[in-house]
Design a protein around this ligand. Structure first.
Ligand SMILES: *Cc1c(COP(=O)(O)O)cnc(C)c1O
Length: 388
C-alpha cells in the first residue's frame, strides 16, 4: 500500500490533528459560496455579513477560554500565535531592557525554535527540566526568574504525553514577579477548562484543527487590561486584527473555529469522561495481556484522551507498520531519514531505546469502544509476534 493510498481505518492520532466535525463543516459552507465578502469591506452587505460572522465567532472563541472578544487575535494557527506572542513581546520597544525568557524542555517546537531564534538576537533562554512524570516543579520556575526575565512560556498540555502543567499557579507567580506569562493552549483548549481571565494568563495560543475545526486558523488571546500586553506585529499590511495581524480574514475558517469552540463548551464535560474511559480501557486491555509496558508521564495530570506507552523490546516503527489499518504515532520524530528519539521523552529521562519503543495514542470525539477493542487485540497480537 502506498502512503497516499487509503486512509487508515482507525484514527487514534487526535493529538496530531482532528477531523472537522460535520456540524462545524455545515456552518462553514455558506461562507465559501454565499457570504464570501471580505470582512474588511465596509461599503456593501457582502462585507457586513462577513464582518458580523467574524465577530460572532470571536465571541464564541472568547467564551470558551473566558476572555473578552477584543482580546482574541485570529492567526493561522498555534504556530503563528506562539511566534507572535514570543517574538512580538521580545521585540516590543518597551521591553528592550529585559532579555531573559524562561520555558520548559517539553514545549512544542513552535515555542522552542522561536526562543532559539531570539537567543541569536541576544536573549538568554532558560529551558527548564520537568519531573520524570512530565510536570514542571514550581520551585524550578521561581528559581529561574530574575530581574531581567521578560517572559515565562509554559504550555498548558503537551502534544506527545498529554501532561497538564499547573498554569494557574505559574500565572500567579509570574504576576507576583511582574513577568509576562504565555501559554500554548493548542492541546488543552476544548479538552479541559481554561479560565484566561481568572487565572491571570496574559497570552494564550490556540488552534482550531486540534478541536474538530478546520486547519489554518487559530488565535492568540492577548490581555488588554491590568496589565495590557503590547506586542510588535510580526507581519504588516492592511492593519487587520488591531494592527497585530494583517491579512484578509479567512471568514469560513473563522466561522468554523467559532462553531468548534461552541460545541466544545457544550460537550467538554461529557466528552472528557468518555475519552478518559476509552483511554483507561485501552491501557488496561493492553497491560492485562502484555508485560513490559510503561506509561510515559503522569496518569493524573494528563489529558483524558492521551496515552503514551513504551513497549519493552519493541521497535515502535515496526509495531506501527505491523498494524497499517491503525493510525497512531511513534515517539520519535521522523523529520530526517534516520528517526531521532523525541526530545519530549528524553526530557522525562527515557533512554533512546525506551523512546524508540514508545507510541502515542490519541483518542478523540469520534473514537468508538469497538475501535478500542480492535486496537487492543491488534496491539497484543502484533507485539507478541514481534517479541518472538
Ligand atoms: C499542534 C500544536 C501546535 C501547532 O499548531 P498549528 O495550529 O498546527 O500551527 C503548537 N503547539 C501545540 C502544543 C500543538 O499541539
Amino acid at each position: 500500500m502506498s502512503q497516499t493510498d487509503k486512509p487508515h481505518k482507525i484514527y487514534l492520532d487526535n493529538q496530531s490533528t482532528t477531523a472537522v466535525d460535520p456540524r462545524v463543516m455545515q456552518v462553514m459552507l455558506p461562507y465559501f459560496t454565499d457570504y464570501y465578502g471580505n470582512a474588511a469591506s465596509r461599503n456593501h452587505a457582502f462585507g457586513w455579513a462577513a464582518a458580523d460572522a467574524v465577530e460572532i465567532a470571536r465571541e464564541k472563541v472568547a467564551k470558551l477560554i473566558h476572555c473578552r472578544p477584543a482580546e482574541i487575535i485570529f492567526t493561522s494557527g498555534a504556530t503563528e500565535a506562539n511566534n507572535l506572542a514570543i517574538t512580538g513581546l521580545a521585540q516590543n520597544k518597551q521591553n528592550l531592557k529585559k532579555d531573559h525568557i524562561v520555558t520548559i524542555k517539553t514545549e512544542h517546537k513552535a515555542v522552542l525554535d522561536t526562543c532559539q531564534m531570539l537567543e541569536k538576537d541576544g536573549f538568554t533562554v532558560s529551558y527548564l527540566d520537568v519531573n520524570p512524570d512530565g510536570v514542571l516543579n514550581i520551585s524550578k520556575l521561581t528559581d529561574a526568574i530574575t530581574d531581567r526575565t521578560l517572559l515565562v512560556s509554559v504550555m498548558h498540555a503537551n502534544n506527545e504525553i498529554g501532561i497538564i502543567q499547573p498554569i494557574a499557579e505559574i500565572a500567579r507567580i509570574c504576576a507576583e514577579r511582574q513577568v509576562v506569562f504565555h501559554t500554548d493552549g493548542a492541546q488543552s483548549v476544548s479538552k479541559i477548562p481554561v479560565d484566561f481571565s481568572a487565572w491571570g494568563i496574559e497570552l494564550m495560543s490556540m488552534s482550531a484543527h486540534k478541536m474538530y475545526g478546520p486547519k489554518g486558523i487559530g488565535a492568540l488571546a492577548i490581555r488588554r487590561k491590568n496589565p495590557a500586553i503590547r506586542l510588535k506585529p510580526i507581519q504588516y499590511g492592511g492593519g487587520h486584527e488591531r494592527g497585530l495581524r494583517s491579512g484578509t480574514l479567512p471568514v469560513p475558517l473563522i466561522v468554523g473555529f467559532g462553531a468548534a469552540c461552541e460545541l466544545a463548551l457544550n460537550e467538554m464535560a461529557e466528552e472528557s469522561r468518555r475519552a478518559a474511559k476509552l483511554r483507561d480501557m485501552l491501557l488496561s486491555g493492553i497491560t492485562s495481556e502484555l508485560d513490559g509496558i510503561t506509561v510515559n508521564g503522569s496518569m493524573i495530570d494528563r489529558l483524558p484522551g492521551n496515552l503514551n506507552l513504551s513497549f519493552t523490546n519493541i521497535n515502535a516503527e515496526a509495531l506501527i507498520m505491523g498494524m497499517p489499518e491503525i493510525a497512531i504515532s511513534s515517539g520519535s520524530a521522523c523529520t530526517s531519514s534516520s528517526p531521532e528519539p523525541t526530545y519530549v521523552l528524553k526530557a522525562l529521562g527515557l533512554s533512546d531505546d525506551q523512546s524508540y519503543s514508545s507510541v502515542r495514542f490519541g483518542i478523540g470525539r469520534f473514537t468508538t469502544e469497538a475501535e478500542i477493542t480492535t486496537v487492543i487485540s491488534r496491539i497484543v497480537e502484533t507485539v507478541k509476534r514481534l517479541r518472538q
